[in-house]
Design a protein around this ligand. Sequence first.
Ligand code: PLP
Length: 447
Amino acid sequence: STSPSYGFQPLATQTKQNPDSNHAMLHRSLAYKPDTVSHASGVYLTLDSGRTIIDACGGAAVTCIGHGNPEVFAAALSQMNKVSYVHTGAYTTTVAEDLAHIILDGNPYGLEKAFFVGSGSEAMDAALKLARQYFYEKDEKERKFLVARKQSYHGNTIGAMSVSSNLPRKIPYEPLLLPNVSHVSPAYAYQYKQDTETENEYVSRLASELDAEFHRLGPQNVIAFIAEPIVGATTGCVPAPPGYFRAVRDICTKHGILLILDEVMCGMGRTGSLFAFEQEGEGVVPDIMTLGKGLGGGYAPIAGVLVHSKVVDVLRAGTGMFNHGQTYQAHPLSCATALAVQRIVKREGLVKRCKAMGVVLERLLKGNLGEKKHVGDIRGRGLFWGIEFVREKGSEEAFEPGMEFGMRVQRKAFEFGTAVYPGSATVDGVKGDNGNADSENSVVLVA
Ligand code: PLP
């Protein structure tokens, strides 16, 4: 096994001749300056050099309606003309209210309120605080533990990183992270379902582990369980086996523990339904959920927290407030652009189209790559797909340990003019292990 790496490799055009030396930006890599994108339109990025790249991963599953939409520009300009900024402690704007309505109206799940921030990480931190406040208001102040999953990514702020388990991104900062967080196994059948196990038995094993973890901590001491309905950047577009989230929901309900679903990457239509959890069966509804990326389609920084009436009611009956104000919360420009994006998504039936095109993408990916020797698994939903590369078909052993492999695939694809997104998670390929290993899978995302 090797230690997780957390280096970022340059893309094909980024060589030592393109150093960072006279650049004021602190980029991910201090050694290389990223390519400058001078123009973006539809699915295409045009670099300074004049090269055109197909943005096949939409950044990181962000640009759901493509780049350069004039309707979104018009909405942004119009909002800047009307109200560029007001503080949400004292005011609101029509675009913020309309955005909350377009997401929530008519949902049959009891999701009642939306809270808008600037990034998925901030949304996760807000969700964690909201969950703690729910119990504070209920006078269950002993609840202080958070349980999340290994091989997950929830963001890079202190709270969001604490519940994440993407080791390469996390290890250097461990001493700063929250102490009351533990991680259970991911629902990652390709790597961890034993050959002798049925899918149902695998789900039961995972459910028992979660229940046992709640009992270890004392269920009355636990605030929330946090999970991505479809794991994105770490293991690469991994949906849970059928019945997993049903079991998780039931265990949380049994102990009065909140279920927080992180749909920053997989939500807002990306998987063929507006919310990814909708494909997990009736009654599988989060108490709090987060959104990001496709919410604003990349036109301005925006993410959100959706809150179930069960939580809102407790706050309403208690202090009557969520004291988590941020200066740029529900920023008018972000809300106006996200509203324009969501109106386009709705008017053009893009969620349905995503589902239909997902069938085509699945057929093409499996048809063209499925039989390749080093392709172990192709999985996903809607337009959210991951390809896991292995040494030998059937071995489930990472093609190469470490993040570099995904980066190499990214570079090769870039040479051919296509942008894909490298993912990576710590796995060891041992069937039935709990995912607590120290080497990585080799995975690439298209979205
Ligand atoms: N949650 C998930 C599932 C994500 O994939 C990400 C980002 O990739 C985040 C949270 C954090 O979002 P952001 O990068 O906008 O802070």
